[in-house]
Ligand binder design. Sequence first.
Ligand code: GLY
Length: 359
Amino acid sequence: MSAYTQIAIAAGLAAGLALGHCSSKAYGQNSQEQSWSIVIHGGAGVIERGQMDEATEAAYRDALNHALDLGGEVLSQGGSSLDAIETVIRYLEDDPKFNAGRGAVFTSEGHNELDASIMRGDNRQAGAVAGVTRVRHPIALARAVMEQSPHVMLMGEGAEHFAASQDLEIVAPSYFFTERRWASMLRRVDQLGLERPMRPEGAPDPMPVQEGALDIMEREHAFGTVGVVARDQAGLTAAGTSTGGTTAKQWGRVGDSPIIGAGTYAEGACGVSSTGTGEYFIRLNVAARICQRIALAGEDMQAAADGVIQDELGVMGGDGGIIILYDGAPGWSYNTAGMYRAAWSAQTGRVVSIYSDEP
Ligand code: GLY
């Protein structure tokens, strides 16, 4: 059960969000004094009431609450938005409930190929990695690419050599193995009429997977990704995203998450992280498009986000959503039944939501 208690700090609901499950942690600040803010997602998809049992739902809410705690701790102590993003995404990459790091979906060949990116809004520096299979925290590698290399994007083995040179943690590919994702991939491979891959070397002995839970995981992780946008006390807005991509992806497929402008973007006071069918997010350049509708067309944050996600993306046939911070105010927009999401700001207090009938 969640240790979090519901408290009502109704201080300003400028972003249209209401307070959800709240932690007892306050970091010595009241909401009026808080100059930092953070918004988090854990993926979007067909996440509807009644599909998850109580324990599973509570586990997701606890994870999102803990992610807020981690980010709030960094930001309230004067840490940078980049540190908050890396800290929170590392945690989500270690949590097998989310499609990033450990618990990532499998390719049709039976591998976990991981993508991540990060960008800062003040100077547009960015870093990204695609198709890494041995780096425990792809978000840390994306940040190292941004800060310690002359490049923006590295892929595959070269990215892993760079990770080793930066003393980042390298793990055996089997570290990322989870039974649920393996079973989901086999089911999808069967649907596609492909040959089943061999169980990976080092994977644990097969275990039965609860059928209902597997169904949920398959649906929600059609679009699974994790992402964070944060603004620190110095006013730096930054965004980061990490994913295992799509179940049974083939041929070295790369989605939007490591693509700056599509899966992650930050410019000035605007930051966006995406989750959804990457092929559509890439073609629409979703994350940058939203920030630029605000900056160039003068649109309101929510109108810009909804215009891209509900209208443009929807018309193209793409599914998914985004989280956004603009001038420190958090928001989100998604065209799926639900999205794992959380925010903490002066305007909203703490919010943790899953379903579409929640704030
Ligand atoms: N949005 C994650 C992907 O398409 O890979």
